[in-house]
Design a protein around this ligand. Structure first.
Ligand code: 5AD
Ligand code: SF4
Length: 488
């Protein structure tokens, strides 16, 4: 954690400051008073449980929530029976929403037994007006609801929950924002690796996608702020960072002094002590020659590129508003493979977009075979209210989607296995991430190309970079042994 204001020195008799982040530290100090009161009454600090749905962006947001909760004195609980439960939600596909409703049903039961328990909901799903309506009607036991744009206000909102005299749900949702609040506390899940937001929002408006509506317009963080954050993370023991944005390739366009993503990478590369750089995610239409060159020359940028295809049919791509053709995508991917031969290319593919025919699916399979993805996330199209695709006619019958999906999965698995087998027998550097759940004499490491390797080891290796011999390939992971342990 960094930039932690000394909360006990804040004068709570004064008015809250209007500037951020000072305002939020003021409210953290106020929440801390309530926490002390709780401790006096109960003989223990209050507990909090956070569940995160969705992508890395949400995972990072949850670390920000955890930073605030820890700062005000909450301890972490590992169950939904905690004093405070928060769900950080996702809405990219309908099944993400359904999971949240399912969990809320369970929480209702817990809360009946323990009425003091507080429940908060935040994240992408909360940006949808229809969700808020449903919550008001059917989940009135929820105490606090906020969205993606005002997550920095969490401490202030918590204060309102503690202080509220009237019963009822507190709802604070912003439509959009151009605000980026820096220097709030963060509590990382892993000591040795961290996500770093470089931009927020998205301007692409792919016709199936709800993200631009729930995460707002694209805005980039100042490069100086990003570099300072990474330097502090490195001082704190981080060796690997993942630069996060909905479309990192358009980073920097709206800065006062515009800069490209490739230029930012060059700056990040210079940070001493930082060993690995990852980024997520890249829109193929914006991936520049400059970026390929920076990746090629870099010693720190990992050999992994996530390059969402979505569909291999130019016709479908046009209706998806992806702004590239099948041929342009394949040309780009093969060029990257040629320039950086040891790179792993992964992708996202949607099956069942409105109007998709069997011939369209064949085009997708053709791209998969040509690019030979190292891994691919395959999704069944999910209709998202408010997106242009939701209003399109000729939605694909379920049976056809299912057949197409199974066919795609098979081809994707075949190319992934073929790719993985290429590296069997080689020695590669792995960052050891955890001890295996079922066998505490085995650890799991992540290779630069994002593949996982299991090897004999113990907890003392966590966070270390180890050269590992990839002895056996098991399709999506390897079994190996440590060739040596590098001293960091
Ligand atoms: N239906 C199915 N998959 C979707 N994705 C985004 N929107 C939808 C949708 N409406 C997938 C895309 C994206 C990934 C994060 O989720 O493949 O890259
Ligand atoms: Fe992430 Fe998009 Fe889901 Fe939001 S809706 S959590 S941005 S995947």
């Amino acid at each position: 954690m960094y930039y932690e204001a000394d909360l006990d020195k804040i004068d709570l008799n004064s008015e809250p400051p209007s500037e951020e982040p000072a305002r939020q530290y003021y409210f953290m100090a106020k929440c801390k008073e309530w926490v002390r009161e709780f401790e006096r009454k109960n003989g223990r600090p209050p507990t909090a449980f956070t569940q995160t749905f969705g992508c890395q962006m949400n995972a990072r947001d949850s670390e920000k929530l955890a930073g605030i909760l820890k700062n005000i004195g909450y301890t972490e609980a590992d169950s939904e029976k905690a004093d405070f439960v928060i769900f950080n939600t996702c809405t990219v596909r309908d099944n993400a929403n359904q999971r949240v409703y399912g969990r809320l049903g369970e929480l209702n039961g817990y809360k009946r037994k323990n009425p003091e328990m507080k429940v908060a909901l935040c994240g992408c799903m909360m940006q949808e007006p229809a969700v808020i309506e449903k919550l008001r009607k059917s989940y009135s036991f929820v105490d606090l609801v906020f969205g993606t744009h005002n997550i920095f206000k969490f401490a202030e909102l918590l204060c309102t929950v503690y202080e509220k005299e009237q019963k009822g749900m507190i709802i604070d949702i912003w439509q959009d924002t151009d605000k980026i609040v820096e220097n709030l506390p963060v509590e990382r899940k892993y000591p040795f690796k961290s996500g770093v937001n470089i931009m927020f929002g998205c301007n692409n408006f792919c016709s199936y996608c709800i993200v631009p509506y729930v995460r707002g317009r694209e805005r980039s963080r100042e490069p100086g702020e990003i570099i300072r954050e990474i330097e502090r993370l490195v001082q704190d023991g981080v060796v690997e960072i993942m630069l996060l944005g909905q479309n990192v390739n358009s980073y920097g366009k709206n800065l006062d002094e515009p800069m490209t993503f490739a230029q930012l990478l060059r700056e990040v590369e210079k940070i001493e002590g930082l060993r690995r750089i990852r980024f997520m995610t890249s829109h193929p239409k914006d991936l520049s020659e400059e970026l390929i060159q920076v990746m090629k020359e870099s010693k720190k940028i990992c050999r992994h590129l996530h390059l969402p295809l979505q569909s291999g049919s130019t016709d479908v791509l046009t209706r998806m508003n992806r702004r590239y053709t099948k041929e342009q995508y394949v040309e780009l991917a093969l060029k990257i493979r040629k320039e950086i031969p040891d790179i792993a290319i992964t992708t996202d593919i949607i099956v069942g977009f409105p109007g998709e025919t069997e011939a369209d699916l064949e085009d997708t399979l053709d791209v998969v075979r040509k690019v030979k993805y190292d891994n691919a996330f395959t999704f069944i199209y999910s209709k998202r209210t408010g997106t242009p695709a939701a209003a399109m006619e000729n939605q694909v019958p379920e049976e056809q989607v299912k057949t197409g999906f199974d066919k795609l999965l098979k081809v994707v698995q075949d190319t992934a296995k073929e790719q993985a087998a290429k590296y069997q027998g080689q020695v590669m550097e792995a960052l050891i991430e955890e001890v295996n759940e079922n066998d505490n004499h085995m650890v799991t490491g992540r290779l630069s190309n994002n593949m996982l390797v299991h090897l004999p080891g113990d907890a003392s290796m966590i966070g270390k970079l180890v050269n590992v011999s990839l002895d056996q390939c098991h399709g999506f992971y390897y079994i190996g042994h440590a060739a040596d342990v590098q001293l960091l």
